[in-house]
Design a protein around this ligand. Sequence first.
Ligand code: UDP
Length: 488
Amino acid sequence: MSQSHIIPLTDFGKLLAQRGLIVSIITTPRNFTRYSAAIAHAASTGLQIRMIPLEFPGDEAGLPRGCENMDSLTSMDLAPEFFAACEMLEAPLLKLMAELRPRPSCVVSTNALPWTQRVADSFSIPRYIFETISCFTLFCSHVLSLDSTQEMIAAAESDSEPFLVPDIPHRIELTKAQMPHQAKKKSSDNNIETVIDQIKKARSFSRATLVNTFEEIESGYVEGYAEVARALWCIGPVSVCNKRPNEKLDRGNKASIDERQCKSWLDSKEAGTIIYACFGSLCRISAAQIKEIGLGLEASGFPFIWIIRDASLTAEVVEWLEEKNNSLEERGLIIRGWAPQVMILSHASVGGFLTHCGWNSTLEGVSAGVPMITWPMFAEQFYNEKFIVHVLGTGVRVGVGVETGSGKGDEKGAFVKWDQVKRAIEELMEGDEEGRERRRRAKELGERAREALEEGGSSYRNIMLLIQDVEQQVMELGGRPLLEETLA
Ligand code: UDP
């Protein structure tokens, strides 16, 4: 349960509801409050979609009160307790599903909730895994987990020595320092690794994997990972289902800026000139690093929208922002808290996206047709950087070399100085041939992304295959056909 899972799953729920299905999204009370505006907008257009809260046993698992989403964990050290609390939802979910009418025909749940496979099995209905990472990452992770590759990684002399990811369609080099923490070594000696083992095991019992991506950008990787997964359908990019202004605005938390103020600021700038800088919902950025980002944005000379999430707004940062207020706000708009990201990215004035390379943000940048400055921090974000820069050819690196967990990132190789930020912005926004080609490719990919979900597009077709598969499964497993019940 994190923004990067619930937001795209909610979008996917809307896409299914648009095809005539009844969708129930089960979450916890605090998440219910956060996401209910998005559901209310969808329901007001006649879609049969609802959100149902289940009490979250966080206290029982030893979590601080109110922690119902990864973004409210005070430390990632609490992740094992968080996963344990999620698993305690199994019995209440079983009870709820037994009472749901019409009866559910399938469960779609993210990879991080492997125990939902047992719930689906209890009702003899299929479970589909919803992946919020790319086929590129899924396939690279698979290749890198093989014993032969692990030996090669272990033989690397230092954490910064590059090695080639073998047997993939592109020439991609990584270092140990850039790999997600868990993938650097194989062991099962802590709770998080036990969760990862469970996720892997549950994969083999699921009916199929649904990936929030589209086939056109992942050629070779879809096919590669399809050989590992039982079945695989690319069903995204799901964020493009948000077409109306209120859908783009109310996505995830309530936006910390008034819609009209944001729009009129965007409208006041020339097309393709704004840098949008946002680091997702989980990154904890130190005060020292925040200052360098601000100085770099200011020195670039381009107008910018910069999001500083609540967790980074320490007293030191607030004081510094006050001191810098005039010079920063002369060129930029600073949003303290939560931005309506999809709304901003889809505005014609935005010309570049400075991103931490979370997969949702990456796909949202691709769908908006904007080139990106890549600043990966943790998890699989370095893989996404490789994908943006070397596979899509739409990115410029800010130049980070080290994965840092979601921590402060002040370690050597992770800290970025203001002049690196300025240089990357200039390189991205420049009008030379390379810059023009990058922008042209980004624009073209944006068009392909939108087409994928239009009638006849690749993801549109894959959603139909999914629906047919559920119907077939329900009949084989003795249930009633999905559409007969939902359309009744
Ligand atoms: N997001 C947003 N406003 C913000 C920060 C994030 O709308 O101020 C959304 C963003 O559009 C994306 C999600 O939150 O859909 C973040 O997911 P991602 O995979 O990019 O990164 P994570 O937060 O998991 O690091």
